[in-house]
Structure formats: structure tokens, C-alpha cells
Design a protein around this ligand. Structure first.
Ligand code: ADP
Ligand code: S3P
Ligand code: MG
Length: 174
């Protein structure tokens, strides 16, 4: 099965995706890493050199290539489902899973992780929570189109991975 993990920056797509792929014995693919390899530049450099428009175009191309994978866990970039018809593309190609997390919890995690994320890196500690709240509100209509929605607030990573593994098992039996 091809599984796309979606959700806001910091919700744990890359971390949990890697663990889950190991548990299931399938390949782990991170869209940001694939994009960096393809462009030979970091995400931050791609944003600086081509703007968000250029980044979203490359992201879309990476996604188009990924849809031919048969079995893998894909950690998408937080914005990927919200541009073009990307969410529809993922829903057609495989199982989409939304890691739903409150802006407060996301902000706590991203205070340390914002340097690598161009959309957040210039935000002060005070600005961060407001930006995340607004941005999540705009994006949620896309995330909510996922086939499986997991409320991740106060939930441990191993439980989330277990929940997805169980869901896949029940789908296989159907
Ligand atoms: N279980 C956790 N508890 C607290 N912080 C975490 C946890 N898992 C990841 N993080 C932190 O949250 C940030 C985002 O994790 P990451 O897996 O990169 O998320 P995503 O790929 O969804 O943006 C990282 O800075 C990481 O250190
Ligand atoms: O939400 C976004 O627009 C982005 C999320 C990032 O990935 P993570 O969600 O893995 O942080 C990365 O693709 C880029 O910085 C833009
Ligand atoms: Mg990530």
C-alpha cells in the first residue's frame, strides 16, 4: 500500500513515517528530501532562489513521480496537500493519513524547528502561534480530505504508528 502522511509542519510526519516504514518493512520516502536531491539544494535555498511558486512546482513534480510507487510510506511537506490538485492525486494513488494537532502544540514543537522552515523562520516567538493558527485554518479543508484522520494531541508516536498499522490490517481483511 502507498501511504501519504499529511498535516501541518511539526506534526511528526517525517519522524513517525520513518518508524512506521521500518515496522512495516516498506520504503520510507520524504518529499522534502526527494525535492532536495532533485534540485541539489536545501528546501530553504529553493525558496530563496525560486520563491514559494518555484518550490510548489517542484513539489508537484515530485508527487507526480511518487504516484507510480506501489508500496511506501511517504512523509509529505506540510503545504503539499494545499496546492494544485495534490490532495486529490494522493487520494487516488493511496491511503492519506492526517496527523491533526492543535496550533498550540505545533508552536511548541516548531519553536526549535523553525530555522529549517522558510515560512516560519522570520517569525518571532510571539508571532509564531498567530501565524500557525491562521495558516492551519486555511489549510485544514485540504487536510480533512484525508481518508484517515488521527487526533495526535497528547498521543504518543508509537500509538499513532500502531493505529495506522492496525487500520491497514483491517483494510487488507476487507
Ligand atoms: N514525539 C515528539 N515530541 C516532541 N517533539 C517532537 C516529537 N516528534 C517530533 N518532534 C519534533 O517536532 C518537530 C517536527 O517533527 P517532524 O517529524 O520533522 O515533523 P513534520 O515532518 O511533520 O514537519 C521536530 O523539531 C522534532 O524534533
Ligand atoms: O508547510 C509547508 O508549507 C512546508 C512544510 C515543510 O515540510 P514539513 O511539513 O515536513 O515541515 C517543507 O515542505 C517546507 O518548509 C514548506
Ligand atoms: Mg517533514
Amino acid at each position: 500500500m502507498l501511504i501519504f502522511l499529511v498535516g501541518y509542519m511539526g506534526c511528526g510526519k517525517s519522524t513517525i513515517g520513518r518508524t512506521l516504514a521500518k515496522q512495516l518493512g516498506v520504503r520510507f520516502l520524504d518529499m522534502d528530501t526527494l525535492l532536495e536531491q532533485r534540485c541539489g539544494k536545501s528546501v530553504a535555498e529553493i525558496f530563496t532562489e525560486t520563491g514559494e511558486t518555484g518550490f510548489r512546482q517542484s513539489e508537484r513534480e515530485v508527487l507526480a513521480e511518487l504516484t507510480s510507487e506501489r508500496e511506501a510510506i511517504v512523509a509529505t511537506g506540510g503545504g503539499a496537500p494545499c496546492f494544485f490538485d495534490n490532495m486529490e492525486t494522493m487520494n487516488r494513488a493511496g491511503l492519506t493519513v492526517y496527523f491533526k494537532m492543535s496550533p498550540e502544540k505545533l508552536a511548541g514543537r516548531l519553536e526549535h524547528g523553525k530555522a529549517k522552515r522558510p515560512l516560519l523562520r522570520d517569525k518571532s516567538e510571539e508571532e509564531l502561534i498567530g501565524f500557525i493558527r491562521e495558516n492551519v485554518a486555511k489549510r485544514e479543508k485540504y487536510y480533512m480530505q484525508a481518508k484517515l484522520i488521527i487526533d495526535c494531541d497528547g498521543v504518543r508516536d508509537d500509538y499513532i504508528a500502531h493505529h495506522i498499522a492496525e487500520y491497514i490490517e483491517t483494510k487488507k481483511e476487507q
